[in-house]
Design a protein around this ligand. Structure first.
Ligand code: PLP
Length: 447
């Protein structure tokens, strides 16, 4: 077909850089998710607000926003100012307790009442690993229940093969977790994965393993598998079932924290976990995570025997960035989340409208500034768990469509499981522009 708006972008400089990078960086970059075989090469040069430019000079409206951290957009002024002040006047890494770390902790507690004491770390992976150790220490139990399609980082404790082929998943809805990588040793033997949104499967898993289970750990919205919302009452029931078994409930709010609502999914759904993990949005683009729980539980760290450390945990640059994000959010919660929800509604409704007018089978899931616009192989009534998505989503056509969109100035991740992230920097006009291209891309690739 013809390309009416503009010529497709070129990616020759990006391709050259990646070829050269492959000689020094394994696979060309430091995260496999950024250099998948079906990615069109895109080496980023700079970004501002909701726009990003690559080394070939192409401009994109960014709907990936670095997988979630950029709640306030690329290079938000408040964060730049706070970080600049910290670096130039106080120091980037002081190696002692600092006031800014204390203030950030206090501000997080304002947003997350379930947290009485917390610790900072550098990545979601680290904080999830510590959260699991905390649950194991506090309960004296060793088994962990998780959910199919849920991702809690790549540590030994939790890295299951979360996008496993259907035939590898147990028919009964739960079973021994499959390791997510080579080299994990036996740690994953203590993990049981259960089908998401399936209370019967969880009940059977708890009946079999209950007395050994330290915690039921979940993404309260299944954000790494097509953004699958919990069914009505599901989270509260899981919490009750976990507690009845003497196990804790861990919410991994790395994606949802300060995103679906200032106080995360626990605020949105009014269900409190025992342990919370957060990261991404709280840092505004700087590498930070946190895990927290009741003061009593956190005595495992205060008094021992649980160790937690990290040279860069609570790093001053990162803390000053997080404080700027928190201050921005605390100063105008309604304004910020009102805007995020409104641009996301506009995008989701616009996409639904395009797909329905063009008769494209699809499933658009969204809550707040999180959105998954999945293309399916046929019309489906609803996708409730990882297996549904794996079975019905059309991964191949989604990649073709993503390629077209990337070549026409709109970027989102080519893996259909990955959600899109909006920010306060996305305006209604930006969304109009996205939708205009979306319609053309859909006509070119999906009809
Ligand atoms: N938990 C969730 C829900 C995530 O989406 C991710 C990363 O995408 C992680 C944990 C791991 O975080 P990190 O990549 O910072 O280690």
């Amino acid at each position: 077909g013809t390309v009416s708006r503009s010529e497709a972008t070129k990616s020759s400089v990006s391709a050259q850089v990646l070829e050269r990078a492959k000689k020094s960086l394994a696979g060309g970059d430091s995260s496999t998710m950024r250099v998948l075989p079906y990615h069109i090469p895109l080496v980023a040069d700079r970004a501002e607000g909701c726009r990003l430019w690559d080394v070939d000079g192409n401009e994109y409206i960014d709907l990936n926003m670095s997988y979630g951290p950029l709640l306030l957009g690329h290079r938000p002024k408040a964060v730049i100012e706070a970080v600049t002040r910290q670096i130039s006047e106080q120091g980037s890494q002081l190696g002692f307790p600092t006031e800014v770390t204390m203030r950030v902790a206090e501000k997080i507690k304002k947003l997350f009442p379930s947290i009485e004491l917390l610790r900072f770390a550098n990545s979601g992976t680290e904080a999830c690993a510590s959260a699991v150790r905390l649950a194991k220490t506090y309960t004296g139990r060793n088994k962990l229940i998780m959910f199919e399609g849920h991702y809690h980082g790549w540590s030994e404790a939790v890295f299951t093969k979360y996008h496993a082929p259907l035939e590898e998943l147990p028919e009964c809805g739960y079973g021994q977790a499959i390791p997510g990588t080579s080299g994990m040793g036996d740690s994953i033997k203590d993990v049981i994965t259960v089908q998401w949104n399936d209370l019967d499967a969880l009940e059977r898993a708890l009946a079999e393993h209950g007395p050994d289970v330290c915690a039921v750990m979940m993404e309260p919205i299944s954000g790494n598998a097509g953004l699958l919302m919990p069914r009505d009452g599901y989270l509260a029931t899981v919490r009750e079932m976990a507690h009845d078994a003497g196990a804790l409930l861990i919410f991994d709010e790395v994606i949802t924290g300060m995103r679906v609502s200032a106080g995360g999914a626990q605020e949105h759904y009014l269900v409190s976990p025992d342990i919370t993990v957060m990261s991404k949005a709280m840092g505004g683009g700087y590498p930070v995570s946190a895990f927290g729980a009741s003061a009593e539980m956190m005595q495992c760290i205060v008094k021992g025997p649980l160790f937690h450390g990290g040279v860069f945990s609570g790093n001053a640059i990162v803390m000053s960035a997080a404080e700027a994000v928190l201050d921005t959010v605390l100063a105008d919660r309604e304004g910020i989340y009102g805007h995020l929800h409104s641009v996301a509604d506009q995008l989701a409704n616009g996409i639904k409208d395009i797909y329905s007018r063009l008769n494209i089978p699809a499933q658009v899931n969204h809550l707040g500034p999180l959105l998954a616009a999945m293309i399916t192989k046929e019309e489906v009534d609803g996708l409730y768990n990882y297996r549904d998505v794996r079975r019905h989503a059309d991964f191949e056509r989604y990649i073709q469509f993503q390629h077209w969109m990337q070549q026409h100035g709109v970027y989102f991740h080519p893996n259909e499981f990955e959600p899109m992230f909006l920010s306060t920097a996305h305006s209604s006009q930006d969304i109009d522009e996205v939708l205009e291209r979306w319609e053309e891309g859909a006509r070119q690739c999906l009809v």
